[in-house]
Design a protein. Sequence first.
Length: 246
Amino acid sequence: SSGINAEYGDYKERSEEIKKTLTKMEVRTLELLSETGASTWLTCLPLETLRLTLNRQEFFNALAARYDMPLVGEARAATRACGAKNTIDHSMSCKKGGFISMRHNCIRDFLASEIQQVCFDTKVEPHLLDTMGADLPSGTITEDGARLDISTRGFWSSKDCTQFDVRVFNPRTQCNASRSIPKMYEKHESEKKTAYLHRVLEIEKSSFTPLVMSTTGGLGTEFGMMLKNLAMKKAQKTGHSYQEYI
């Protein structure tokens, strides 16, 4: 044990020495890549059934996105739908071309399919009930026809309804990079709660969980708790170990 602690101490000391030689943005990139879950995709099996296979260029560009390096191949020479040059940062934030929506919807649909296996009455993008002029706090979205990403029953407690809403953000944009990593996630969770929490609690009589993650693979606190509970439910239903799912 003492040997392991000494080795870890040497590693931490060496890590801090290396950071001193890096730019502020490079240090930020290392911190983002060190988040729990940020490296999971590198060890995933390339299962075709889950569409986890990548060709050579896709894999190289995934690494480029991870390490904030230039794109390779055709992607490097491509122009975005908005007319701008195709760079990592721009492609992670530009709302033209449909890629931001595809990224969001892919996560939404995967989560919904997993939740459906352990809960009931799971729906994707159900319309919220009309507020009927209810007095809700400032910032709450009150428009008719508003929707959240997923609703289900039996997730946090038996039969109770839970509403989930997904947000994927680029941690390298100026407004995010100016915050510490924990504060960055807190900001996005807070924005979701400001917009929907009171409407869900008071009108829907449901609970609300914002599912916030970054494009580098890190998770907000509530998303992490949600995945742990989902893994526990799947383990209980299938008889497999919790570790296999988490």
